[in-house]
Each structure stands twice: as C-alpha cells, then as structure tokens.
Design a protein around this ligand. Structure first.
Ligand code: MG
Length: 344
C-alpha cells in the first residue's frame, strides 16, 4: 500500500493559552494509506510542546513507506505496529498516525468500526469536558458562555496565581471542573494547599500538578490530595505507566503520546488491572485522531475529547457533539472521513 502525507495547519477560533505559551494555529500531518479499493486516514498532531517536529515526522513517514509498500492484505494491526515501532525510537505522533490509518483501513476492509473490531460496547455518546484556555477576564467570560452546553469544563491552570484564576472563573460558572496544572506547582506543600483549595471549588481532578521530574513529590501529594491526581506529561507510553509507583490516581491517555490505539488499549488494560483511573484525552487534534479515540470511550472514567470544536478549518467530519456529549462516528474504521480533498 502507498503512504501519502499532507501538512495542514488547524486554525484556532480563539488563540489557545497554556501556562507556557499562546498559539493561533497548530500543525498536523495527515496521512492516507492507499490500498487500491480502500483508504485509511491518520493524523500526527504536532503542537510545539510535544517536541516532535514536522520535518522529523515526515522523515519517519518516508522511513515507514518501504515497510508499508510490502504489506499485504489481510494484515494484523498489532503486528504491523510492533514492526513500525521498531523502525526508530520516539516519533510517537508519527506512529500514532500510522496506527490510526491502519485501524481505519482494516475497519473499512472488514466493514467494522474500531469499536466493533475490538468487541467493545458501542456507546452512543459520552460526556466530554470542554477546555477553556488561559485568557483575559472578558475573553474567559465569553468562552465560558460559549461552552454553555458542556457539563464539565477543563481549565488550564499553572499560572502565577491559580486562586485568583479560580475566583475569576467562579464569577461566571459553578460547573464541576477538571484542572490541568501543566506541571505548574513546583513545591509539594504548595501543591497540597492548592489541592485543598480546589476541593472546595468543586474540582473533580487535577492533571499533572507538578513537574515530571518530581515523581516522589507527586506520590507524596497523591497520598494526601482530596482531589484525584492524573498524570499527563509524566505518562506517554505503557512503559511510563508501569514505572509510576503510585505517583497518580489516574492517567490521561492520548494517542499522540501512546503511539496510537494499539498501545492505548494495552495501557487501559494495565490501568483496569491496577485500579488506575482512565482519562481519555487529546492534543490539538482534528476530528481524524479524535474520531479514532472516540471509538473507545466506553473504556473511560473521564473524557476530554473536545479539540475538534476549537478550529475554524477541521478537514475531517463524522463525530458529533450535542448537549456536552461526544458521539463517535458509526461508519467502518475510525468513523470519520475527509471533508476536503487533502491528498491529490
Ligand atoms: Mg494536560
């Protein structure tokens, strides 16, 4: 089969703020696996903080091309991904794109959605949080208003004064919140004090409260925190999850970190066995990668799959949002298709 790729810039409706920077657009490299009668689509989402560049991603696709060219139908996705993974270290977003496209192609060949392929209960929809980036008070108030239909909001904290940020947010909404600290609390006593404060503010979970290199302090906080803690930057792949040692109550699994669905499902199995909570999240992805993750929402304790709502120019369609819930697409494969011609 042939692999074609296309660099594309997703433009944000609102410039998007996290504790370290503000972005107006974000690059994704979309791929198409062309197997004559069927085409599978995938996405490598490459926000700068991920540390995977467009150039490195494209060079990985070029490396994978010769392997994919020899691939015969029928193929086993898990075996293919083990081979693709062994081509080169890292490149998790590029690997995720190939994994998503292989799942999409396999589903289309077999006439099954990814959920059906894995024998998962096919949920019509699941409650997803909606993310509000850091901004000035009038813009924040406007964003909260626009997110009216969502029952849970996700706030990007880790500012110089998160109590002030929370007080500002609470002027406009009393909804339950997920708070993503993005490694912003650098001292364990301060983190615990903040966790206590967040408990009283109806915060349901704290994501990555402390820096990745403070694993012991994170475990100390997790033992004491009245709000469940979730690892994000600390946990990319299965190997990181196995080395957590009680650092978090739960983990935010994202396809761009896990190198795709194959390993995300293994991570979820591990979480279920060890009673670690599963939060299914996304990077700044379009409906392509988000559509793939939406296929497995029946396995989640929490869902944060709102990214496609953030753009003016999402090139894929098929997932739906209504009343604060996300519904996966029901067509074979990942349930989404390009709505513009991406590959000529
Ligand atoms: Mg996060």
């Amino acid at each position: 089969m042939e692999l074609n790729y296309r660099l594309y810039f997703l433009e944000f409706i609102h410039p998007f703020g996290v504790s370290s920077n503000t972005r107006r657009e974000t690059p994704s490299v979309f791929i198409e696996l062309d197997a004559n009668d069927n085409r599978g689509y995938g996405e490598a989402c490459l926000p700068a903080y991920l540390g995977e560049t467009v150039e490195a991603t494209i060079s990985f696709f070029n490396l994978a091309k010769s392997y994919l060219k020899k691939l015969k139908i029928p193929f086993d996705v898990e075996t293919c991904m083990a081979d693709i993974d062994s081509l080169k270290e890292g490149h998790n977003a590029a690997k995720a794109a190939i994994d998503i496209a292989l799942h999409d192609l396999k589903g289309k060949i077999d006439g099954k959605s990814v959920a059906q392929f894995y024998g998962l209960s096919e949920m019509d929809s699941g409650i997803t949080s909606f993310t509000i980036g850091i901004d000035s008070e009038p813009v924040l108030a406007q964003k909260i208003k626009e997110a009216e239909e969502f029952r849970i909001l996700k706030i990007k904290a880790g500012t110089s004064d998160d109590k002030a940020l929370m007080n500002m947010i609470r002027k406009y909404t009393d909804k339950p919140l997920y708070v993503d600290v993005n490694q912003g609390w650098k001292n364990k006593e301060h983190a615990l004090e903040m966790a206590m404060f967040m408990k009283d503010e109806n915060v349901l979970l704290l994501e990555q409260p402390m820096p990745v290199n403070m694993k012991k302090e994170m475990a100390w906080l997790t033992e004491r925190s009245p709000v469940p803690t979730f690892g994000d930057e600390s946990v990319k792949r299965l190997k990181d999850l196995k080395e957590l040692d009680g650092a978090f109550h739960g983990v935010n699994i994202k396809l761009m970190k896990s190198a795709g669905l194959s390993e995300a499902l293994k991570m979820i199995d591990f979480c279920k066995e060890k009673k670690i909570k599963v939060f299914l999240g996304c990077m700044a992805e379009s409906s392509c990668a988000t559509g793939a993750m939406a296929q497995i929402i029946s396995l989640a304790d929490h869902i944060d799959l709102d990214a496609p709502l953030l753009y003016k120019n999402d090139p894929f369609e098929g997932i739906h949002y209504k009343n604060g819930r996300i519904s996966p697409g029901s067509s074979p494969g990942i349930g989404v298709k390009p709505q513009v011609e991406l590959f000529k």
